[in-house]
Write a protein that binds this ligand. Sequence first.
Ligand SMILES: Cc1cc2nc3c(=O)[nH]c(=O)nc-3n(C[C@H](O)[C@H](O)[C@H](O)COP(=O)(O)OP(=O)(O)OC[C@H]3O[C@@H](n4cnc5c(N)ncnc54)[C@H](O)[C@@H]3O)c2cc1C
Length: 379
Amino acid sequence: MRVAGERHTNTTGEPRSERREATDLLGLDALFSDEELAVREEIRSFVEERIKPNLREWWEGAIFPRELVPEMAARGLLGMHLEGYGCAGKSSVEYGLACMELEAGDSGLRTFVSVQGSLAMSAIHKFGSEEQKQEWLSRMAKGEAIGCFGLTEPEAGSDPSSMQTFAHRDGSDWVLNGQKRWIGMGTIANVAVVWAQTDDGIRGFLVPTETPGFSAKDITPKLSMRISVPFSCLSEARYGIIWGSMGAARDSYEAALEYAGGREQFGKPVAGFQLTQQKLVNMVLEIEKGTLLALHVGRMKDEGTVRPEHISAGKLNNVREAIEIAREARTILGGNGITLDHSPLRHANNLESVLTYEGTSEVHTLILGQALTGIPAFR
Ligand SMILES: Cc1cc2nc3c(=O)[nH]c(=O)nc-3n(C[C@H](O)[C@H](O)[C@H](O)COP(=O)(O)OP(=O)(O)OC[C@H]3O[C@@H](n4cnc5c(N)ncnc54)[C@H](O)[C@@H]3O)c2cc1C
């Protein structure tokens, strides 16, 4: 089935998908429609066939696989939840399931889909002029043009209101001055959504990256998110992370379950030891709870009743549980767990970035604290 790199068959040689029921402990698949499950299966096969066989090379080389962009576009992944302009117009739950499968592969690929669709395309779709939508959205949905989303600055991260980038009018033009930092896809993007202070508050600007004065350079070396190049838009991207993080957690758990079934110590599989079983049980319970949380937020989003604090609850809970699951899964693999032969540590490293971007855990805790008490405690 596959040559080098991570193992994707269990000790009996059967493809890992057959062990999937060991993850769906509560039979959550029954909560999804056939259409939703069909979207999941399509992206799951894409990840198994086109992404997992190459992860080792891409991670070691800190390579973002540009050649995959048209294949992602062909599966409707770019701007998947948007209507019109060549976008797939899928539901929030279908988009969530796609994010879960992409991140079971690697957070870097889900991050690309989040930046392209949930951040850059969503901003243009929501706030762009019809001319801007016509010029960019269908090309971005086809993967012919790549976007990025410039909010964070070297001195303004969790507190974007303190950004220094300033835009002033010059006749019919706007002149932007400033610096952004950690902008995903910044060095390969064709268009940037740049947020800047103006005399009338913070505004978003659509900047084709060939515009004179625009420059970008990679941040290297990164120990996390190596297969990637750096509100309401923010809620869109944060929503995809609620599902994606559970994908990374599930893949880590399945790697540990598979390994524990075949690794023998003291004359029996380590899966037969109570402490290993306790770890596996704790992992699968959090994956099932996190998936139920993601599904509930997704249903609310499709019904139009979701609020930012619901998204914050999902991002806060699911990312912190996912990173704990990936770390715990690594322990079941012992020393072998620190190599790229197995996925948990790569997921744990990636999830360090996911824990910080799209609002840190502290920021989401404060959003929820304000929702509960009515008192903002950010300052
Ligand atoms: C891989 C990656 C990709 C990214 N992609 C993008 C992108 O495409 N576009 C973009 O605009 N940004 C992007 N970011 C930036 C990301 O959104 C910021 O890193 C994040 O908002 C945190 O800001 P900061 O790193 O400046 O940390 P700071 O804001 O300096 O925070 C440092 C610490 O202080 C804590 N803290 C801050 N304020 C408070 C408070 N009031 N109370 C308690 N604790 C607090 C934080 O939680 C954190 O623990 C990316 C970041 C990474 C790592």
